[in-house]
Write a protein that binds this ligand. Structure first.
Ligand code: ADQ
Length: 647
């Protein structure tokens, strides 16, 4: 009997049905192998061979026939290999059909489909070969914040979305952060996290602490929440109305020790991550991780093959404490030099102050295998005296392992065509919903509902970094113009009070929303025409990226990641069509801020087509994590090429 055979020439992935290894068909039957072969990426190579087939007079038909038949009878008994497709048109199987049942056109089509299926298969084999040559890593993010579980700013956004992007690229990814419980409704974010049986003992602060671990597997990522009483109190992850918590050094020391234990002891999905990990420590809160790898684990032969990267989101916060607290870290003796920090004479409190301290971020910069910061511009700025906050010389000395990678954004959460927080969805192809968002926002804020009046927004922490003082001092001048301004933020009390005060004076034009409210931040991003960001320094900045995606034009200080991501508007470029996605100004003064805002407002009012061009270019800009994720992979590869830091 003649057969159609499918012979795997190499390995077959575990999910593949083996029915096709040598299939014989003597009648009409569904084979269904094509979809399996095409979909399973673990299949490396297949060949499909018709051991015997007869071609018709044009040589166009793939035929199976009954070997017992005579030549004349064969024509009647010929069976054609027909295809079966799903609703999308993809081939999901084949059927042997009597020749007489099909027209000649159908036969030609069948042949074409078989040929296409073979092409697709070849393509798939190529892709699977590529995939199999790409290195994947066990990545352990260590962070004080990860949205949606915890977020006070951009760190939470990045550590909530970059891990998912890395997992989608085939890496095994764990995120370790504290399980903050503050007694409010927000505690329910941990509802799906299950307590693991494993508990770990941690030696630090002159005693033994026991921590538990909660686990949720979501979006391909193992989210690990470290459980300890010190994470359970009212307030934000870092403080409350009285200021920063006094025991933050203790709380984040615990986090770092627990994060180092997690890959060794937690059986996630049945297997622990093991020692060959890539630790991605974020900001000073996680800065003790590379120190512990070098000082506590490697000398005992553990984590010899691991590597660590410190990611700097904001160098202004370094985790500096008195030198006497060194013994609290649980770092073996002999490593004081790594953490040692001596304030310059001008920064000391009095003439007899030796200025001695410990600095966690500094220690991380010294002991990590690589250093990443969140934009290229900022990676240079932190090597300068103005931008390095005292660490510029150290960073310059390590510039060969320092890389700037511009943040991406979570394009699912920040997507105007699917955003559930905004009253009307819209897209670059139909902007009408944006005007509805503006009107709804004006109503919500109690401002006069005026579609023609430019609505300017600000979102961010109210502190020195964000240039909030410059913006607030410009408000009285700005209020002479026909504009509306809404500010959303929380932070230093003096700025919160200043916002409330301005709202009382400019009732018809100004709103100051004091607080931290994610849905409101989405509505402001969608409803405003312009977003103002006068940051003194901005390592990357996310709000300008969100704004551009929502067709809201950013006006920003020309610094750090703002300079890297906002392209200044040039109305004469592209043969008068215009180019750019916003306005940048420098140096940072009230006058420059006002001038840039007034240029934007004038363009909004007088040059509608230019404005629309600005909106569309911003909305079409690729801010996804894809580019950044590739760059992170490159840094991972470099980290593993060099030997680990050994002290
Ligand atoms: N009152 C409020 N209500 C609701 N949401 C609010 C809010 N105030 C701020 N947010 C949100 O918090 C995030 C702030 O992100 P940014 O990147 O602008 O600043 P941040 O200084 O926190 O982050 C640091 O880390 C990030 C990540 O690397 C860098 O981009 C940045 O430059 C660096 O300073 C945004 O998602 C914003 O919408």
């Amino acid at each position: 009997m003649e057969t159609l055979q499918i012979i795997p020439s190499r390995t077959v992935g575990p999910g593949l049905r083996e029915t096709g290894v040598s299939s014989s068909f003597s009648g009409v039957g569904q084979v269904g192998f094509a979809s399996l072969l095409l979909r399973n990426r673990k299949v490396q190579s297949f060949c499909i061979r018709a051991r015997s087939y007869t071609e018709d007079r044009n040589g166009e038909d793939l035929i199976s026939r009954n070997s017992n038949s005579t030549q004349n009878e064969e024509r009647e008994e010929l069976l054609l290999l027909g295809t079966e497709r799903d609703s999308s048109g993809s081939v999901v199987g084949f059927q042997l059909i009597p020749h007489s049942a099909l027209s000649h056109e159908k036969i030609l089509e069948t042949r074409e489909v078989v040929a296409n299926a073979m092409d697709e298969l070849a393509e798939d084999i190529e892709t699977s070969d590529e995939a199999s040559t790409r290195t994947t890593y066990n990545v352990v993010f260590v962070t004080a914040e990860a949205a949606p579980y915890s977020k006070t700013g951009g760190l939470g956004d990045v550590c909530g979305s970059l891990p998912i992007a890395m997992a989608a690229r085939g890496h095994r990814v764990m995120v370790v952060s504290p399980r903050y419980l503050n007694g409010s409704a927000s505690d329910k974010v941990y509802a799906n996290a299950v307590e693991l049986e494993q508990r770990s003992q941690i030696y630090c602060f002159g005693g033994v602490q026991e921590v538990g671990f909660f686990h949720e597997f979501r979006a391909g990522v193992d989210w690990i929440f470290v459980d300890h009483l010190s994470y359970q109190r009212p307030g934000t992850p870092y403080g409350d109305t009285f200021g920063a918590f006094g025991d933050n050094q203790f709380r984040f020391t615990l986090l770092c020790h627990a994060a180092c234990e997690a890959p060794l002891v937690l059986p996630l999905g049945g297997f622990n991550y093991g020692e060959k990990c890539l630790f991605l420590a974020n900001d000073w809160h996680a800065g003790l991780v590379p120190v512990l790898l070098a000082a506590k684990y490697r000398p005992c032969g553990v984590y010899k093959d691991a590597r660590s990267i410190i990611a700097i989101h904001n160098i202004a916060h370094q985790g500096v404490e008195p030198a006497a607290t060194y013994k609290n870290f649980g770092v073996p003796g002999g490593w004081y030099k790594a953490l040692e920090w001596v304030f310059p004479p001008w920064a000391r409190t009095h003439a007899l102050d030796p200025g001695e301290a410990v600095n966690v971020l500094k220690a991380a910069i010294v002991t990590s295998d690589r250093i990443v910061t969140v934009s290229q511009g900022y990676s240079w700025e932190i090597t300068t005296p103005e931008g390095g906050y005292g660490l510029h010389e150290l960073l310059s000395s390590r510039s060969t392992v320092l890389t700037g990678i511009t943040n991406g954004i979570d394009c699912n959460e920040w997507n105007p065509s699917r955003d559930e927080h905004i009253p009307s969805q819209y897209s670059v192809h139909d902007l009408s919903g944006k005007l509805e968002c503006k009107i709804a926002l004006q109503k919500e804020l109690g401002l006069p509902v005026r579609s023609d009046c430019p609505l300017i927004g600000f979102i961010g922490r109210l502190d020195y970094q964000k240039g909030i003082d410059i913006l607030l001092s410009a408000v009285p001048d700005l209020m002479h113009d026909d504009v509306q301004l809404v500010m959303l933020g929380s932070g230093e009390k003096q700025y919160e009070d200043w916002m409330r005060h301005l709202e009382c004076i400019y009732k018809d034009k100004f709103r100051g929303w004091v607080g931290f409210n994610v849905p409101v931040s989405h509505r402001i991003t969608a409803g405003c025409d312009i977003l103002i960001m006068p940051s003194r320094f901005e390592p990357c900045g996310l709000n300008q990226l969100y704004a551009m995606r929502y067709g809201t034009i950013p006006v920003v200080h020309h610094t750090g990641g703002l300079r890297d991501t906002v392209q200044n508007f040039d109305p004469y470029a592209n043969e008068g069509i215009g180019d750019g996605t916003g306005w940048t100004f420098s140096p940072l003064t009230k006058e420059n801020l006002l001038a840039a805002l007034r240029t934007a407002v004038w363009t909004y009012k007088e040059h509608k087509s230019s404005w629309e061009g600005l909106m569309k270019r911003g909305m079409e800009r690729d801010s996804s994590w894809d580019v950044a994720a590739t760059q992170y992979e490159q840094v991972f590869e470099w980290a593993f090429i060099d030997p680990p830091y050994a002290g």
